[in-house]
Design a protein around this ligand. Structure first.
Ligand code: ADP
Ligand code: MG
Ligand code: MG
Length: 341
């Protein structure tokens, strides 16, 4: 079996609620992604009993992988991460299969599958992750007889930087494989805390990256952590990321910074002084269900275009289109019957 795109991340089940009050009570910021601390533990019981709670497959890379699979022919995309031996893992398996995504999970039967509390207010989403089984991933899964051939055969790798919380060795395994064989490694920075708290680990992976995806807050956080004077100047921040040392000379590095409804900025390391901007298709307020997973859906659409060898303009357009499909429904979910991307 030869999948073109191999994705790795924390498989999480999202529990979504629309509730302004929760933000204040749990001291959350509206547009952030954090790891649960002790003070957040009651949040999980609270939202599980919330009358409007919806359960939907989440996890950044899992959403992107489902998105890419949705756009591509069957057997194009495979996803790995660690789940528990519970019904939450089955919900994730069903959601992946629904969009044509094959998975090769590492299963820890005694652990519980990870979850993410998603508190939605207006067009923002605040994510509070509880990794549970997801943290138990081990690099030996990537070198196991069932997974190693998939790694060898894949052409493009997509990894979420969240994995650096627990799985630096696994990320570096894929990263060095990609850079030493001239394959493509795409990384999503995923949360503003990553460049701050896991900056050293991120710095070990970035030289292997061919494609770096971030939203405006994550790009800004990387800029601040690395001493750039204006973290809001997205073309300059993207340029700095693009110009970091690069191991593989097989292709220039692309840095893509999305910015919600505002234009997406792309800088390529072969033309660092020529940032490109791409307008986002306008969605009416009443057509937006929630923006949870928007950036991941963008990544999925972009990568689907990329593995088919499409142009940068086509890849960004596919990313924007898949993101608009995802945010027009509750949770990161795609529309069936299938819409052509
Ligand atoms: P993240 O979910 O990582 O914060 P963004 O918020 O930048 O990522 O959104 C990614 C993409 O989703 C955008 O480039 C755009 O295509 C789409 N998107 C997000 N929010 C909106 C919105 N309010 N209106 C229209 N499109 C949006
Ligand atoms: Mg956003
Ligand atoms: Mg994102």
């Amino acid at each position: 079996m030869s999948y073109k795109l191999f994705c790795m991340g924390d498989p999480l089940l999202d529990v979504q609620v629309h509730d302004n009050d929760l933000l204040t009570r749990y001291d959350l910021t509206p547009n952030d992604a954090i790891l649960a601390e002790d003070k957040h533990q009651p949040l999980y019981d609270e939202i599980a009993q919330h009358p409007n709670a919806t359960y939907v497959a989440g996890g950044g890379a899992q959403t992107a992988a489902r998105g890419a699979a949705y756009c591509l022919p069957p057997k194009s995309v495979v996803y790995t991460g660690c789940v528990g031996g519970d019904d939450w893992a089955d919900i994730l398996r069903a959601a992946d299969a629904h969009d044509g995504l094959d998975e090769v999970f590492l299963v820890r039967p005694d652990a519980k599958t990870g979850g993410c509390a998603v508190v939605i207010t207006d067009h923002h989403r605040s994510l509070v992750t509880n990794h549970r089984a997801a943290r138990l991933f081990h690099v030996s899964h990537l070198t196991s007889p069932s997974v190693a051939p998939l790694v060898s055969a894949a052409q493009v790798f997509y990894v979420e930087a969240f994995f650096l919380n627990h799985g630096l060795e696994s990320v570096l395994h894929l990263a060095t494989h990609a850079s030493s064989t001239g394959k493509t490694l795409a990384l999503n920075i995923g949360a503003p805390y990553i460049p701050v708290k896991l900056g050293d680990r991120l710095a070990q992976v970035l030289p292997h990256c061919d494609i770096i995806i971030a939203n405006e807050v994550e790009a800004g956080s990387w800029a601040t952590a690395n001493g750039l004077p204006d973290p809001k100047d997205l073309p300059v921040v993207a340029r700095a990321l693009a110009m970091l040392p690069k191991v593989s000379k097989a292709r220039p590095r692309l840095v893509i910074v999305t910015h919600g409804s505002r234009e997406t900025v792309v800088v390529s390391s072969d033309a660092p002084d020529e940032p490109r901007t791409f307008k986002v298709p306008v969605l009416k307020d009443e057509d937006i269900a929630d923006t949870n997973g928007a950036g991941d859906a963008f990544a999925g659409g972009f990568l689907a275009g990329y593995v088919q060898g499409k142009s940068l303009d086509e890849c960004v357009a596919a990313g924007h289109k898949l993101a608009s499909i995802s945010i027009s429904q509750p949770g990161p979910r795609f529309k069936w019957p299938k819409v052509n991307i």
